[in-house]
Design a protein around this ligand. Structure first.
Ligand SMILES: Nc1ncnc2c1ncn2[C@@H]1O[C@H](COP(=O)(O)OP(=O)(O)OP(=O)(O)O)[C@@H](O)[C@H]1O
Length: 764
């Protein structure tokens, strides 16, 4: 058959599938309206049954809606003549025969795994490309060995479909890759739920894509086990979470909670980051000891006896009695605030004996309750008891620890050095940082209370629900408010996000952590507390770590948390960054990380990277608007990132604002974004940290030496390679164009050729 007749054949199939999808959607909408109409009145059980049905229909509708674009993207033909169509969801005909197989079903596995060398019982795999509901092309991989030579082409499956998707202009948001998952990725996506899995891979190897598809896979295959407890998804920054937030809804999945490490403690939402030396100390596991000692320091035995007034009488508080009460309380093994009840009970009992004696009695006897009440009413007693065992809040303890030097020194004695104590010390009431969150959580664990008032700016349920509704275009039938309300009320995804926001003790069914190389030991300790089963997927790249440490391995990172009980997979092909950029970027890294496999780019790239020299930082910044316009024009509607060292951010913002104020006609500089919503704009100006995990058609990196300083290090000690990871991140964000603007020499000089003198116009 010719390609045209093949397309016509597949069009007929696709038409049948969409017709079935339309029928099912109409049926579900009808059922949902019926349930909603009958929603008034009835007793509690009826109402909750109706709510359960409404929930089910809403979820089903969201799934159907999310499947509209690219409903079916392939088919496999088995050697025994059976043909299976593969799609975003499963569909069956009214007679229950299978029309379309969900990509996550076991029967779909060969679509992703089969190669000419190992055809998995297939003779052919076909990729079907569609636009809206129209078939635009078919591409076949012939898998029958008889029909093929030994051929390396089998390593990349569906090469045409893959390349088309990789070459497409970026939209600012990550999309799913169901149609073109590669076999090394599929193997990871379908790994068992149990245990911890680490996926190491260079920039653009699909770690984020794999992590998200794995979450969707696990929610599908183990819905019973993990949908109720949910999947916790951690990403490095708010802008990153915004970048990926549509992928799971586009796969029809809503049962995941997306948080940054600054949001892991209920009631706290911070993106402030400590300086690297402070962050390193706060992230060290020794801090668990320090905060434990700090909490215990609130359980004090006075050095002397004290006289306490109780109405007209006086009683003596004796150190020995306090010690006995403290021991009894500590023996309960309860947390500080819970054990305090026992402490107070035991201590008040002994004070009641005193009070009885003060009133001429041998023992309190039947008047005990009355004596206890008198003791509780005494201000002296209340103060004395609190001084011995104060009820605590996590924020209060942390603030005292970090702002009171003597307490910090006492809690850290023999654990931290004087220099480490110095970098921790800060003024009272300083705002909370991301690195404080695991400390707060550790304290909360020890004192047994959430204690922190809720302080989330926006309602996370409504925000998430909006993304789901927007993504799946279900707005006509389900409003974000309805969905968010349901999230709050039902045992579905929403309860999970609600609990995550309000209940520190909620435990998740699975953890997915992206950019896991950024997680400190204390952050990992917190995360594994949220997932006691240790069922986790951690994806990251040691070479992209902000804190460069060439000696760090995944074993050293995970040893304190799971020992050596974790699986390690490696991804080696960069789908994002072309060879023209990946080559020199890898060269920068190769000497520093000899143990790491640096990724091979799958695409050649048409554009050589550019490095421009300026006479001064000022001329570089002044020329920035022109550089941006040039790149925006070159990618014609695509996305541009300007990656700027933190120290230059203000200057750059100013230069762009000044230029765009002058410009009258419509100009790309009017569509420049900063901060967490930067990616909603054609031009995103980002710090190297915020650029983590993102990708753009064109990337401009400003003054690299402010990201990774050139070290004059005669000893050749590579451990001083600060910022190399961050610079590697910046360089590898591009899918096609890279421009480096530099006024000063940088570590890139030896790897990226300077562009000719015509670029040097502003040099002075
Ligand atoms: N099998 C695939 N089919 C189509 N596109 C893919 C595939 N695998 C990866 N990609 C694309 O490659 C790009 C890089 O993927 P991703 O962001 O997941 O990489 P990463 O390893 O997380 O990168 P980084 O470490 O830089 O954050 C994305 O645009 C992704 O959609």
């Amino acid at each position: 058959m010719t390609e045209r007749s093949e397309i016509a054949h597949e069009q007929a199939q696709i038409d049948t599938l969409y017709a079935r999808l339309d029928d099912l959607r109409a049926e579900t909408r009808e059922s949902l309206s019926t349930v909603r109409r009958s929603k008034v009145g009835g007793h509690h059980q009826n109402r909750s049954e109706r709510d359960a049905f409404a929930t089910m229909y809403e979820d089903t509708l969201i799934r159907y809606q999310s499947a509209e674009e690219g409903l079916c993207f392939g088919r496999i033909d088995a050697a025994d003549g059976e043909t299976i169509y593969i799609g975003r969801i499963g569909l069956s005909a009214p007679d229950r025969s299978q029309l379309l197989m969900d990509w996550r079903a076991p029967a779909s596995e060969p679509f992703y795994r089969a190669t000419a060398a190992e055809p998995s019982g297939l003779v052919r795999r076909r990729h079907v490309a569609t636009r809206a509901r129209t078939v635009t092309g078919v591409e076949d991989d012939v898998l029958d060995l008889e029909g093929l030579d030994e051929d390396e082409r089998s390593r990349l499956q569906g090469e045409g479909a893959l390349m088309a998707s990789l070459d497409a202009r970026r939209t600012g948001r990550m999309g799913d890759i169901v149609a073109t998952i590669q076999s090394e990725q599929d193997r990871i996506i379908r790994r068992d739920l149990a245990g911890t899995l680490v996926v190491q891979g260079g920039p653009g190897t699909g770690k984020t894509a794999v992590a998200l598809h794995r979450a969707a896979y696990l929610l599908y295959r183990h819905r019973e086990r993990i949908a109720k407890s949910g999947v916790l998804l951690i990403g490095p920054s708010p802008v990153f979470l915004r970048y990926i937030e549509r992928v799971l809804p586009s796969l029809g999945e809503t049962g995941a909670v997306l948080l940054t490490p600054g949001q892991l403690m209920p009631g706290v939402d911070t993106a402030l980051r400590d300086a690297p030396d402070t962050a390193a100390v706060k992230g060290d596991l020794r801090m668990a000891d320090v905060v434990r000692r700090m909490v215990r320091s609130y359980q004090r035995v006075p050095t002397e006896e004290q006289r306490l007034g109780v109405g007209p009488y006086a009683v003596t508080l004796r150190p020995a009695d306090v010690r006995t009460a403290r021991e009894r309380a500590r023996r309960t093994d309860d947390s500080h605030n819970d054990a305090r009840t026992v402490f107070v009970q035991v201590l008040l009992r002994s004070l009641a004996e005193e009070l009885a004696r003060a009133q001429g009695l041998d023992t309190p006897g039947e008047r005990l309750p009355e004596f206890l009440e008198d003791l509780r009413a005494s201000r002296d007693v209340r103060i004395a008891v609190n001084l011995c065992w104060l009820p605590l809040t996590p924020a209060g303890v942390l603030d005292a620890l970090l702002s009171k030097r003597h307490r910090l020194a006492a809690a850290s004695r023999g654990v931290l050095s004087a220099a480490e104590i110095d970098v921790l010390h800060r003024p009272k009431g300083a705002p909370l940082t991301v690195e404080d969150v695991p400390l707060l959580d550790e304290i909360a664990e020890l004192i047994g209370t959430d204690g922190v008032p809720a302080d989330r700016g926006q309602d996370p349920e409504v925000e998430y629900a909006e993304a789901v509704v927007d993504m799946t275009e279900t707005g006509t039938w389900v409003s974000p408010q309805q969905l968010a309300q349901r999230y709050r009320e039902t045992a579905a995804a929403g309860e999970v996000s609600d609990r995550a926001a309000h209940d520190r003790e909620w435990t998740f069914g699975h953890l997915v952590a992206d950019e896991a190389q950024e997680l400190s030991p204390m952050q990992l300790r917190l995360l594994f507390r949220r997932v006691p089963s240790k069922s986790a997927t951690l994806v990251g790249d040691l070479a992209q770590a902000s804190a460069t440490d060439a000696g760090r391995t995944w074993h050293s990172v995970l040893d304190p948390h799971v020992g050596d009980r974790f699986g390690l997979e490696e991804l080696t092909v960069s789908y994002r960054t072309p060879r023209s950029i990946m080559g020199p970027a890898n060269a920068l890294l190769a000497a520093r990380f000899p143990a790491l496999t640096l990724p091979e780019a799958v695409r050649e790239g048409d554009e050589a990277p550019t490095r421009r020299h300026y006479g001064s930082v000022q001329s570089l910044v002044e020329d920035m608007p022109a550089s941006i316009r040039e790149e925006a024009a070159a990618v014609d509607g695509g996305r541009v990132a300007v990656i700027v060292p933190e120290g230059l951010m203000e200057l750059v913002e100013h230069a762009i604002a000044a230029e765009s104020a002058q410009e009258r006609s419509s100009d790309v500089l009017e569509d420049v974004g900063f901060g967490p919503t930067a990616i909603d704009h054609r031009i995103a100006v980002l710090t190297p940290y915020d650029a983590k995990g993102l990708e753009f058609d064109s990337v401009i990196v400003a003054e690299p030496t402010l990201i990774a300083p050139v070290q004059a290090d005669p000893t050749g000690d590579r451990s001083t390679d600060a910022g190399i990871g961050a610079l590697y991140v910046a360089l590898t964000r591009s899918t096609s164009r890279l421009t480096i603007l530099a006024a000063n020499p940088s570590v890139l000089d030896e790897h990226f050729t300077e562009t000719g003198p015509e670029a040097d116009v502003t040099a002075g």
